[in-house]
Design a protein around this ligand. Structure first.
Ligand code: WQD
Length: 346
């Protein structure tokens, strides 16, 4: 069984990806310092797959601790690198924290990959590398524009570091996966997105609908879009997860046509904020309490993917539609409410 290291394995996309890897026959270990992740995510993975996944609680910015993990785990065949800070507003307030964490951790993991002859690397990138793209839908060769935040800058830099590293190391292959807007939860509702102080739209919607928040704001409805609200490409987290397994297998099978491959992971459908809210209300049966507020600085007006390359080269196609994205997100929120009530009763 091929052993895969997933960094950031206790995070939202990391944990969902571990499920897909296990279901596709991989052995998985996780490295996560739990600064943003939660061990309960791996508890959910075990309930769903029956497999217990070991997490190494280490700071990947510490080279000694990182190297110790690789020495303790010989035979790692591939690495999927999620571990990074990802809050856009926090990165604006503390850019150096983001550069130090997101870049140093990447460099350390790449150094260990080189020392331990691990030649298959998947890097968690983001549609935010495109900034405010001039052409839509964006293809992988769409030129970058100025990123909206230091977070997005670290993703642009991370891609460049991976590309240079692949060019330098003869056998090393890297795949850069540019996520659009991952949403939803595993259909079992046993794991999902944990955001105590949500910034992203869907956790904000579900927390408002469940009553954790009194109301939410739509950040602007005066944009040049079909209903005035921003357009995004929402994609189910399990579809994102499956793309990682496919990208890894593509390299293991030697089918990557380039030592540094790039794929957009979106559905190709642009959906406005107001349309997403409507889809949520239909899926949940709940009326959402929201009001139209001012625009949020740094917001991209519209971005959505051309995903033909992932479809053609990875045989990847999103399986979950908008209704299922909203239904699973809502059922996960209901699960969290029941768990909170159970704790109160005990
Ligand atoms: C989506 C839309 C908001 C909250 C995210 C991540 C970024 C990257 C891409 C990983 C925007 C609107 C939101 C609210 C709202 N992911 N909104 N009211 O900004 O596209 O970026 O996905 O790499 O890290 O942050 O996602 O969910 O924050 O916003 O109206 O309370 O929802 O204005 O138009 P975004 P988001």
């Amino acid at each position: 069984m091929k052993k895969i290291l997933v960094t950031g394995g206790c995070g939202y996309i990391g944990a969902h990806t571990i499920i897909d890897l296990i279901e596709n026959g991989f052995e998985v270990i996780s490295a996560d310092d739990l600064s943003r992740g939660y061990l309960r995510m791996l508890e959910g993975v075990e309930k769903i797959t029956g497999k217990s996944v070991k997490n190494y609680k280490i700071n990947l910015c510490d080279i000694e601790d990182t190297e110790a993990l690789f020495i303790e785990n010989p035979g790692i065949t591939g690495i999927i690198h999620f571990a990074a800070f990802k809050s856009v507003p926090e990165s604006v307030e503390q850019p150096l924290k983001y550069f130090r964490n997101n870049i140093n951790s990447l460099v350390n993991v790449l150094q260990c990959a080189q020392e331990h002859h691990i030649n298959h690397f998947v890097f968690s990138s983001s549609c935010s590398v495109y900034g405010n793209p001039k052409e839509l839908p964006v293809v992988e060769t769409t030129p970058f524009t100025e990123p909206e935040s230091p977070y997005a800058r670290t993703k642009q830099m991370g891609e460049a570091i991976c590309r240079d590293f692949a060019r330098q190391l003869r056998k090393f292959n890297v795949t850069l996966l540019r996520y659009f807007n991952p949403v939803g939860a595993h259909p079992s509702a046993l794991i999902g997105e944990l955001q105590e102080k949500p910034e992203n739209l869907v956790p904000m919607i579900t927390q408002t609908a469940i009553g954790k928040r009194r109301e939410m704001q739509v950040f602007g409805n005066d944009y040049d879009t079909r209903d005035g609200s921003c357009v995004r490409d929402y994609v189910h987290v399990m579809d994102i997860a499956n793309a990682h397994t496919k990208a890894l297998q593509n390299m293991l099978d030697g089918k990557n046509s380039n030592k540094c491959e790039i794929f957009n992971l979106g559905t190709g459908n642009g959906v406005t904020v107001l349309e997403l809210i409507e889809a949520f209300e239909k899926a949940s049966g709940e009326k959402l309490n929201y009001k139209i507020g001012p625009r949020r600085p740094g917001d991209v007006v519209a971005v959505y993917a051309n995903n033909n390359k992932a479809h053609d080269q990875l045989s990847w196609s999103p399986q979950y539609d908008l209704h299922q994205m909203m239904d699973t997100a809502w059922r996960w929120e209901l699960t969290m409410k029941k768990e909170a009530e159970k704790i109160q009763l005990n």
